[in-house]
Design a protein around this ligand. Structure first.
Ligand code: HEC
Ligand code: HEC
Length: 206
């Protein structure tokens, strides 16, 4: 794992830092994960890359917690989370592949994200008070908590995801209940608040 640090550092863009190296006891192998991520880079490695129909940006997963990456990929595999191309991308991955990919993508985190936002950041901050217990005050949730990091995530992806939880298209008992209480405006504002955080998720550097 020690020698990996240098390989990962070499691949990083300006402003990206290794998220507390060694602090996280990730089960997977980062070097293997990097190889296995090859087929994913075409979407998750391009700044601002958009999904079409509906149009929203492909989520930033650099720096996301490894346990959440694994659980997200499992929900696509199980067909519980609907998205044809992600289900296709996830099907052939073994349990070990999931761990390796999780360990690789979790190793990145930015300290100076600067994403454009449309919603009202101040109103979003107030609304996000009710999310802080799980997602963290600024959207940088605690590693290993099971709660995904939202800081630095694209506004369009957060809004689309909250709409999916509200409509029941994406299923999670906690988030379905919470999203049901949010108006369209609330969604746009909390999304703007999380997207405006300087320290957060990034696009995986090539
Ligand atoms: C064709 C583009 C494309 C490719 C290739 C692709 N993804 Fe995705 N990925 C997406 C989109 C779009 C979403 C959001 C889908 C949704 O709304 O559920 C997503 C979602 C995810 C998520 C969930 C993120 C979250 O915050 O919940 C993970 C994890 C992920 N992808 C990992 C991968 C991995 C690993 C690969 C390669 C094996 C891969 N993706 C390949 C487009 C892609
Ligand atoms: C009780 C804990 C809890 C609270 C409070 C909570 N969440 Fe979540 N949130 C979760 C969990 C668990 C998940 C992962 C669910 C899954 O796998 O689909 C999640 C997922 C999400 C996602 C999807 C992340 C991704 O990458 O796809 C978004 C967006 C989100 N929450 C926004 C919010 C907002 C906004 C609030 C406050 C209005 C909030 N959450 C409050 C537990 C919580």
């Amino acid at each position: 794992m020690k020698k990996m640090t240098f390989a990962v550092l070499g691949a990083m863009t300006l402003g990206a830092v290794l998220a507390t190296p060694g602090a996280q006891a990730a089960g997977g192998d980062r070097e293997e994960g990097k190889k296995k991520f090859y087929t994913c880079i075409g979407c998750h490695g391009i700044e601002g890359y958009a999904n079409t129909y509906p149009t929203y940006q492909v989520p930033r997963i650099g720096g996301q917690h490894p346990d959440y990456i694994v659980s997200a990929l499992k929900t696509y595999q199980a067909g519980e989370r609907p998205h044809a191309s992600m289900q296709g991308n996830a099907t052939s991955l073994s349990g070990e592949d999931l761990e390796d990919i999780g360990a690789y993508v979790a190793a990145f985190r930015s300290i100076n994200v600067n994403l454009p936002t449309h919603g009202d950041v101040t109103a979003g901050k107030a609304k996000a008070q009710s999310c802080a217990g799980c997602h963290g005050e600024d959207g940088n949730s605690v590693a290993g908590s099971g709660f995904p990091r939202l800081a630095g995530q694209y506004e369009s992806y957060i809004v689309k995801t909250l709409q999916d939880y509200k409509s029941g298209k994406r299923k999670n008992p906690m988030m379905n209940g919470i999203a049901a209480t949010l108006s369209e405006e609330d969604m746009e504002n909390v999304a703007a608040y999380y997207a405006s955080q300087k320290k957060g998720l990034i696009v995986i550097p090539e």
